[in-house]
Design a protein around this ligand. Sequence first.
Ligand code: ADP
Length: 305
Amino acid sequence: MIKFDHVSKAYGENTVVKDISFEIKEGEFFVLIGPSGSGKTTTLKMINRLIELTDGYIYFKGRPISEYQLDEMRWDIGYVLQQIALFPHMTIRENMMQVPLMKKWPTKKIEDEVNRLLNMVGLDAETYKNRYPDELSGGQQQRVGVVRALMADPPLVLMDEPFSALDPISREKLQDDLLKLQNEIHKTIVFVTHDIGEALKLGDRICLMNEGKIEQIDTPEGFINHPKNEFVQSFMGDYLNTHKYARNVMNQDVTPVEISVQASDPIQVVYDHLAKVPKINVIESNKIIGSITQQDVIRSLSQEG
Ligand code: ADP
């Protein structure tokens, strides 16, 4: 669906994306993560030519993006920003209608799509579609931002930290809704975040960037079990160590296995074991109080949002 072929971006002397190559498959939820300034947003915006690349090629559906008409391409690529820019003087319905109108969809089809998508993200269409943006909460507006990007049925949706301005509870709820939605619509999604929990929860694959280069592209499991180098390890490790202990992720299974950790051990210790064995016990006061498998760890980290 998308292919980066030795792509670079420079601002004057400063090369901020350095010769990156990778592919994103159709239907994939692809997350770009990395420290601030690592080039995530630049990479994302080069896809729909909001930023022109300096070197290399990006292919969208097999054709170099430079060959597309800008309008044609932007209609085919949904875009969601951190601060959702709904038009304040238009109702929710009118906000959602703009791209399909430009594509000359019939009115009935547009109305049906407004209703369907609003309902799909838990906003009762009858209640909300004729309201104005400032009559909705931040979380609700962001929901509208997400479905607005889907209105004209684009095969590809780009999302730039869409949930980072929300409080943790709304954020988690929207992540859940987006996952549910994605299970139904199977779009190709490229999603920028700096939140590892969010990346692990949402991504089919995650691309970790650092100083304009790619450190690792892998599944969430791959990042946890096989960090490719020290940078990846410490990027993941800082998060894992500060976030959880063995007791936070265990299940209730007390069947003894060979390897065990203390309930108060940091999660990194748990990982080190789970890289070698499928299951470990958790011990407190010399008693087995539960077990941990890889699945337990991934599930619990994701819940962190
Ligand atoms: P991230 O999204 O990972 O935080 P960005 O892609 O936004 O990183 O930025 C990567 C680097 O490019 C940063 O060092 C940033 O300062 C620089 N940069 C971004 N936009 C411009 C610009 N218009 N002019 C010059 N430098 C820029």
